[in-house]
Design a protein around this ligand. Structure first.
Ligand SMILES: [Zn+2]
Length: 435
């Protein structure tokens, strides 16, 4: 098989429907394995689920730097009930874009990685250290057959790795006429909380007040209207300082006011949709997702429970969040943690300047800034091995292209020029990464 260009590669990846659940990434993984084999690279399929293997390949370097890990997930989120204008698994190329599920999240990034990895092999690039490519399954549902399993069952694959390149950052974003490249260096911690309201039950024919359902309703309305307290996380501080350092007055001063927790909420509200997008970087979030209570239409339930999908800033223990929720709820509601995915909080910015330098070479207007990711990625699994992930799928996007709104949505697509930009950036990184 001839080595396709990065756009053609993405088209092929999209055509393997790896909607998760159930994932069924096997054919897609086999395609990647065959592709690597076709240029003379060995690649293993490893996993504990026959239908969901991961692909691992390793290229030797000269040993001056610790191994660098490139990892990406090959599963995608469902497309059902979304208004797509093109079939989501056709991999259509149209108007300078590749369309389809996974174009951005993250088969586009996987295509860039495969392209840079094979190119380095074919061009016999002098690599500072070994480069490991891991294409993993199940990221969208927890990484149980993918990164989570690999880290648990086969940590030896990643021995000595300090830095990894993964999702979710790297895309450009325009703000106040400046072009920023967001480099993800940390992510929030997922925490599932159960809120319980109790109250007197009774017969549905009588007059009742202050029941479990109304107590829960009061709490949910309050939660909707009251932001959890603002915290200035060190990564968010770096991001705001880096951005404001590149903006003229008064924009720079305005942005810096966000770093005063007494003003953060007011400033975010003044920033409109941009403020709304930034708000999760300044506080824990809690959203009601599953509501249950009552079994019979004529019986007032004495208990109502609500599942809260919470995302916590890195480094905070779950008790802090429970305390903040309790402050909003008052004594009527009891909270308990159902599941907490603590991510060890550590930050190693050692590779950041190298990445920023590559971006400036390819886009002189581009300013790289560190970013905290409001959701979770496979980065948390690799963090358990002490690996610092940089979410860096470099993409120079048109100013009016809204990356965050296109992910997981209908008509997911990526400009071909952005794919080529990212593949080139990764190629440059493979020539100059360091410890
Ligand atoms: Zn993803």
């Amino acid at each position: 098989m001839a080595r396709p260009d990065v756009a053609g590669l993405l088209q092929s990846l999209i055509r393997h429907d790896t909607t998760n659940p159930p994932g069924n990434e096997r054919e897609c993984a086999q395609y990647c394995q065959r592709l690597l084999n076709s240029v003379g690279l060995a690649a293993d399929l490893v996993g504990d689920d026959y239908n969901r293997p991961n692909v691992i390949s390793r290229m030797p370097g000269r040993g001056d730097a610790p191994p660098l890990l490139l990892y990406g997930h090959i599963d995608v989120v469902p497309t059902a009930a979304q208004p797509w204008e093109v079939p989501p698994f056709e991999g259509r190329r149209q108007d300078g874009y590749i369309w389809g599920r996974g174009a951005l999240d993250m088969k586009g990034g996987v295509a860039m990685m495969l392209d840079a990895f094979m190119r380095a092999h074919l061009e016999q690039t002098d690599l500072p250290g070994d480069v490991i490519l891991a294409l993993v399954t199940d990221e969208e549902a927890g990484g149980f057959t993918g990164a989570g399993w690999l880290v648990e069952a086969h940590p030896e694959y990643f021995a000595g790795v300090r830095y990894a390149i993964g999702e979710f950052g790297g895309f450009s974003k325009s703000y106040r006429g400046r072009k920023f490249y967001m480099v993800q260096v940390a992510e929030k911690q997922g925490c599932r909380v159960e809120a319980v309201a109790r109250g007197p039950g009774g017969h549905g024919s009588l007059v009742h007040h202050d029941t479990a359902p109304t107590r829960m309703a009061r709490f949910l309305v309050k939660l909707d209207r009251t932001p959890l307290p603002y915290h200035i996380h060190p990564v968010t501080r770096r991001m705001i300082e880096a951005m404001s350092g590149r903006l003229p007055l008064p924009d720079s001063a305005f942005l810096r006011l966000l770093l005063n927790p007494a003003l953060t909420g007011r400033m975010l509200r003044r920033m409109g949709s941009v403020g709304q997008e930034m708000e999760p970087l300044f506080r824990h979030t809690a959203n009601a997702t599953i509501i249950s209570g009552g079994e019979k239409a004529n019986v007032i339930p004495s208990e109502v429970t609500v599942n809260l999908d919470c995302r916590m800033l890195p480094g905070y223990p779950a008790e802090d969040l429970l305390g903040e929720l309790q402050d909003i709820a008052g004594p009527d509601i009891e909270f308990g943690v159902v599941r907490f995915d603590p991510k060890p909080w550590a930050l190693n910015m050692g590779l950041f300047d190298t990445l920023a330098g590559i971006i400036t070479e390819q886009d002189p207007e581009g300013v790289s800034v560190p970013m905290l990711m409001p959701a979770g990625t496979d980065g948390r699994h690799f963090a358990r091995l002490g690996i610092q992930t940089y979410g860096w799928m470099p993409m120079n996007l048109p100013a009016d292209f809204d990356f965050l709104k296109t992910i997981h949505a209908a008509n997911e697509r990526v400009p071909v020029s952005a794919l080529e930009f990212g593949a080139e950036a990764l190629h440059r990184l493979l020539q100059r990464f360091h410890g």
